[in-house]
Design a protein around this ligand. Structure first.
Ligand SMILES: [Zn+2]
Length: 226
């Protein structure tokens, strides 16, 4: 395994998705197009809202949240009062919704966030749980995806954040392509994780290092399998 792929530091494994600004793993393209066509046959316009994200982009997201420049949310999608949080509380509040740079599945090109463009314009998509359940605009698409995944008809895609495992918040919009993401996660060791943090410009680094074992187990290795 190329560690640069794991950490989001290369794009050599990616291809552009035609007609979009997104890049995905070369070996996933064919099966993604099949999933998209299969959705289309059922009346859905399954589109990507987020795909590959590189290390530097994730670093900017993390550091903006660590400085209080981007809102931190609780589980009920309510904005937290940044000024009342301790540094440790800030780290764990960010981790619920965003990964440390080098730790995002979006680095791999195998993971995507999706929505139904028939129901929502891309600029309206917020990627919050309420969009994907009950009367939310992406709920029917995700109900259909549940059926496809459970019947093994999702062309290798599954939901790593389907249930609340006490780590990353459930993210129904997030799909992962098992044949690739499995290989990558299998090679992700604690020593790779720790070395990445030590060499990173990530803010709140001391807190992350103090809690390194817990963070690795709870937010990286802790996800639903197909
Ligand atoms: Zn995602």
């Amino acid at each position: 395994m190329n560690i640069d792929i794991l950490l989001g530091k290369t794009q050599e494994h990616l291809v552009p998705l035609e007609g979009t600004k997104f890049f995905i793993h070369r070996q996933m393209l064919h099966d993604f197009l099949k999933l998209q066509q299969s959705a289309k046959n059922e009346g859905f316009d399954l589109q990507i809202i987020s795909a590959f994200r590189d290390y530097d982009r994730q670093l900017k997201i993390w550091n903006a949240k660590a400085r209080g420049e981007r809102p931190l949310m609780d589980d009920q999608e309510r904005v937290l009062n940044f000024s009342t949080l301790s540094p440790t509380e800030i780290v764990f509040a960010i981790l619920r919704w965003s990964a440390i740079p080098g730790c995002s599945r979006h680095h791999w090109g195998s993971d995507i966030d999706v929505y139904d463009r028939k129901m929502q314009a891309p600029e309206e998509v917020k990627l919050v749980p309420s969009e994907c359940i009950e009367n939310g605009p992406a709920a029917l698409l995700h109900n259909w995806l549940d059926d496809q995944i459970s019947q093994n008809k999702a062309f290798g895609f599954f939901r790593p954040y389907s249930t609340d495992r006490g780590g990353i918040s459930p993210e129904r919009w997030h799909l992962s392509y098992y044949p690739i993401s499995r290989r990558i996660i299998d090679s992700y060791t604690f020593s790779i994780f720790k070395k990445n943090i030590l060499e990173s410009e990530v803010l709140l680094k001391e807190i992350i290092l103090e809690n390194a074992e817990e963070i690795f187990e709870r937010y990286i290795m802790n996800f639903d399998l197909p």
